[in-house]
Design a protein around this ligand. Sequence first.
Ligand code: ACO
Length: 312
Amino acid sequence: MKRAGILGIGHYVPERVVTNHDLEEILDTSHDWIVSRTGIKERRIAADDMNTSDLASRAALAAIEHAGIGVDEIDLIIVATSTPDYHVFPSVACLVQEKIKARTVGAMDVSAACSGFVYAMILAKQFIETGANQRVLVVGAEKMSKKLNWKDRNTAVLFGDGAGAVVMGPVSSDRGILSFDMGADGSGANQLVIQDYLEMNGREVYKFAVRQMPQTIMNVMDKAGFSIEDIDFLIPHQANTRIIDNAREKLGIPADKISITVDKYGNTSGATIPLSLAEEVNLGKIKDGDLLVLVGFGGGLTWGSIALRWGT
Ligand code: ACO
């Protein structure tokens, strides 16, 4: 059987850099507090005239170019986002389809907060491995800045805007997605909510994250038939370096095998995983045959992980 894998990857971040020192001007906070509690030094904030679908479209076109295919070959579009252009519909995926001039193929959004991109890749895998689709565009894109209460120091300092995308399709049987793990616990739904603005019980979400992230990594490696030592590169959701450090220590994964981009981009929710993966690929840190684990966790509460053999 052909496995589903990644054929190309791209990302886009807005030009405007907002540093912690910039935030000191508008909030009762400090660079030192933000760095020591989260690892975040700066984030990107999109211009007023740039919405989530604009970020998503730029990342999508970069991924399509990297895959070396034409836009007209895309036969399904899935966008993971919690910050759609419109409240309910149309989906960001439909807006992306028009903006990149893709064919009139199926297009839909996935709502699973910071786990959204992993959920969307798992969804794409099913369409590819059943033979229904050959070239699936999967995007994680967020304009978090429009859903932040800029007077709330508990949340405003944590997030940023950005997008990442992959083109997925069939790859050879020794590459691609080896296993996945996903779950949700709606009893924690009220810990992390966006109605008008994002509200979070930081301590409870932190406790959930340090418990669930190592667990889903262990589950996905177990399902793939490998052990933690076999991981060549871990691409974790970028919420907080303390959460990532905690998992690193629990699982004994060397720091140089873990992607960290939260320092530059903050938490871009559904975009952190493709954004980080794209950066590591661009830096040449990921080689053909490497065993990667992508892991997300967040609102819902949700979590998900993928073990992936890089290459086609
Ligand atoms: N600047 C200065 N002080 C602050 C700031 C700030 N920006 N924010 C909060 N504080 C204060 C608090 O008011 C509190 O003061 P108090 O003790 O006088 O009440 C103190 O700092 C400590 O607050 P804590 O909440 O205990 O800080 P903590 O060490 O837990 O860090 C944080 C807070 C960073 C939010 C952490 O809890 C966290 O990372 N939580 C998880 C977030 C996460 O992982 N989200 C992922 C999912 S995101 C998604 O799905 C969209």
